[in-house]
Design a protein around this ligand. Sequence first.
Ligand code: HAM
Length: 421
Amino acid sequence: MSIQKPKGTQDLLPGVVEKWQYIEEKARDVCRRFNYREIRTPIFEHTELFQRGVGETTDIVEKEMYTFQDKGDRSMSLRPEGTAGVVRAYVENKLYGEPDVNKLYYIGPMFRYEQPQAGRYRQFHQFGIEAIGSVDPSLDAEVIALGYLFYKEIGLKDVRVEINSVGNPACRTVYRDELRKFFAPVKEKLCKDCQSRYDRNPMRILDCKKDQEYGVGAPSILDYLDEECSTHFAKVQRHLTDMGIAFVVNPRMVRGLDYYTHTAFEYKAAGIGAIDTISGGGRYNGLVGTIGGGGVDQPGVGFGLGLERVLLVLEAQGVDVPGVRPLDVYVIGMGEAAENEAAKLLFELRSAGLTAEKDYLSRKMKAQMKSADRFSARYTAIIGEDELARGSVTLKSMATGEQEEVPLASVAETVKAKLDR
Ligand code: HAM
């Protein structure tokens, strides 16, 4: 039997990959405007980074990591998310020494051993941003605004922004106790996962699809925020309102990673089966300190946005993403001498900045014209025996069928003028 791709992975083939390139280019373009700069970190890291960074009791670290011993007997893991690696790089490269807030973005594959379904894969891709070095609530709002603008500019409709404050560790401790009191009478009825969450992190029970009914009437975190947390949260909302970004406060939103403090947010949209969260993020004020081992501490805020989910929602909404671009010129040479000339012309056209192609299978004229159509060529440049003798080509517009004879030396120039380049 032939070998197949691992479960939960995808081959992104030509035809689809151009859509990815378009979306990635849009992400880079939005980041440029917001003055975020790209960072590329390793795809695998020491397992301990994620244990410490993402949190030992999260589903991601407990159940979903691709962990292996390398040949030097070190425990390594494929990155399940981007924040921990970026923060590690920030500390290791002492980026905190720079005078400005570090505003970074990344695009790349992440790995989680999850049960695959629509919108959930074992290898998926995130476009993420991390802004490290400021507690300013306008930065939380900027991060939310960047994701919002990205979705808007690629044509995604009806994206809802939900925000919450998960407070700081002090208010969370009080709130968790209250939640335990609330859930105590129904503890035995909760699902297995939530029974263990009860002790470790009862806030996650609010997030559980199976136990929704038991969460009705649960206390709200917003009633337990201290002065600093509620002021921060109010300011974030004010900035979003000022920018005209509609949002809903969802006090039950609990993100699945341990590092969040203050602002947590999610973008939601319909169109991917059971999943309606298309991405999310938040503030993480203790993470740099945790990963840096106490030497440095800097606040941060960011998001991670799944690219597969972008494409799925775009498709569900019938939004057309620009795909393969038409070819500028398809060159046809009939007979050996003309074919040699065609190969030479091809290189000239490409050097001049045009996209150009020819036949490599010695096919007849008709078959070559079909290829030109398949590549949506704007022009064909035909070199037959007569043209060869005159040192020219017949340039044919595929849209109008119009033909003209052009000297070989000026084909590139002529095509560029016609294409307005
Ligand atoms: P997360 O919520 O775990 O957050 O993941 C962010 C996004 O990655 C999800 O909303 C989804 O779009 C995508 N995603 C996650 N798992 C999968 C999967 N198995 N298949 C397809 N897409 C998936 C984080 O990863 C945080 N690092 C976000 C962040 C950055 N917070 C602050 N900075």
